[in-house]
Design a protein around this ligand. Structure first.
Ligand SMILES: Cc1ncc(COP(=O)(O)O)c(C=O)c1O
Length: 482
């Protein structure tokens, strides 16, 4: 057999539909069993099987150097058993969703199509779906008819994209402003991606003016005028203010109405980081938390957090749609012959990505199959659960809340007289993770360490969380006794 025929035959085995079907069905069976475990009682499952980094590296190094795999399903099993599984009900750590099973299926469809959406021809359906979903959000957020946007790869990139646009608009109007004079006002609790965006934009990080927060961790908007005046006196040009909806650490929603008024008064860009809290817009009971968002110049909202689709999928919306074309306008003649025209269907003209995955397929499908009820129910379930758990914490003794939860994020700590509370709570967190029924994280407020949970999984119940409380108190007592 000649080499070409041999290679052709070799690839026809690689591309075999029968092979795909066999392996695919086996994987689906495996994942369905995983879902069964996740739906079972807490006592029958673990959130995490903790391994030290070196131990994990050595496991996979051994695997990688062993003989070639003939059965990928064995490999899949290994990957599953050595990974944290977000669906397990004790997974209440970071703001990473337990994806709705249907969106795991759409991930496969997305991967199969592999439509790189930057150019219309390789994203015909995806670009149309994005326009429809963004228009739906524009409606829900009550933004002007001029608003448009797109989907991008994550909240960090979304924040960067919006801030780059604000900067580009400002420099278009005032081209002689030196970069090192540009400044932004933001809550002290803002996500680190804002600071990172600053570094990427080439603006000195000290020009990121952090406004203190009140006892409920919301930006102290009564201080804004003073901070603005100080910045002007120092020769800085404040071109943008960012509101948090909600903050990452404590889940606090800033007062967007006051921030919007301030932004209007000074004619500066108003960006809302609604990566985590944006989906409250689907709930009649909780959408009041976003009052004022209708006056934003730009908004980002992650679908992969509280809308439980696989990462990453983020909406970036601009009140004046044409602003979105300012950010990345450049020459790429091999992609788009007409550089000047705004064409919604060539989304790469406005996004950082060139080959952009069709992640909108997840939200589009969930809305088509379940309607917006799926997001409304999820928000209400998890925001209500956070409140119930906070009530339990304040009644149980030995535990202290950092603040009343405004979202699905609850921060609290174990308290004991004469104990080094920071050390004890760090040790509790570690002990909980190593025990494995729950995965929890921590946060620091004014130098004090708190345990932090994010309720992202629709399987987690109040009874599960009461079990977490028991484990924490038991661990706390053991640690203090030593
Ligand atoms: C408020 C906020 N903004 C932005 C981000 C960054 O989002 P991503 O992880 O999608 O980049 C996060 C992530 O937790 C967040 O909580």
């Amino acid at each position: 057999m000649d080499k070409e025929t041999d290679t052709t035959n070799w690839f026809s085995a690689v591309n075999s539909p029968e092979y795909f079907r066999t392996i695919g069905y086996e994987l689906i069976d495996l994942l369905a069993r995983e879902l069964q475990i996740a739906n079972s009682p807490l006592s029958e499952q673990k959130a995490i099987e903790w391994k030290e980094p070196e131990q994990m590296l050595s496991h996979w190094s051994d695997d990688f150097s062993s003989e070639q795999v003939s059965d990928p399903v064995t490999l899949f099993k290994e990957i599953l058993s050595h990974s944290i599984n977000m669906n397990r009900r004790g997974n209440v750590g970071h703001q990473i969703s337990a994806p709705h099973p249907l969106s795991v299926i759409t991930s496969m469809l997305m991967a199969h199509l592999n439509n790189g959406m930057g150019v219309y021809e390789v994203g015909m359906t995806g670009n149309a779906m994005e326009k429809i979903i963004i228009e739906k959000l524009v409606n829900l957020f009550n933004l002007p008819l001029s608003a448009t946007g797109f989907v991008t790869s994550g909240g960090s990139l979304g924040n960067l994209t919006a801030l780059l646009t604000a900067k580009a608009l400002y420099l278009n109007k005032s081209p002689n402003t030196p970069l090192d004079k540009l400044a932004i006002l933001v809550s002290d609790e803002a996500h680190y991606s804002i600071e990172r965006a600053f570094a990427i934009m080439g603006i000195p990080v000290q020009n990121l003016i952090k406004v203190p927060v009140n006892s409920t961790f919301q930006m102290r908007t009564e201080l804004l005028e003073g901070y603005y005046a100080d910045a002007c006196n120092e020769g800085k040009t404040v071109f943008c203010i960012v509101g948090c909806s909600c903050s990452t650490s404590t889940g606090a929603f800033d007062d967007l109405t006051s921030i919007a008024l301030f932004a209007k008064r000074h004619d500066i860009w108003f960006h809302v980081d609604a990566a985590h809290g944006g989906p409250v817009i689907f709930s009649d009971r909780y959408k009041y938390l976003l009052e004022g968002i209708e006056d934003a110049d730009s908004i980002i909202m992650d679908f992969h957090k509280m809308m439980s689709v696989p990462s990453l999928s983020t909406a970036v919306i601009f009140a004046q749609g044409w602003h979105s074309s300012l950010t990345f306008s450049q020459n790429a003649k091999y992609l788009w012959q007409d550089q000047q025209r705004e064409e919604w269907y060539n989304s790469g003209k406005r996004t950082f990505e060139c080959t952009k995955p069709m992640t909108v397929i997840h939200v589009y499908t969930l809305l088509r199959v379940y309607g917006q009820e799926i997001f409304q129910r999820q928000i209400e379930l998890q925001y209500d659960l956070a409140k119930s758990y906070a009530k339990h914490i304040s009644q149980i003794g030995h535990l202290e809340l950092l603040c009343q939860p405004q979202s699905n994020i609850v921060c609290f700590r174990y308290v004991e007289i004469n104990a080094d509370l920071n050390e004890v709570n760090k040790q509790i967190q570690l002990a909980v993770i190593k025990e494995g029924t729950f995965y929890i994280v921590g946060t620091t407020s004014n130098g004090d360490y708190y345990l932090r949970i994010s309720l992202m999984n629709t399987r987690t119940t109040l009874d599960d969380l009461k079990m977490l409380t028991k484990i924490i108190i038991r661990r706390g007592r053991e640690l203090v006794k030593r």
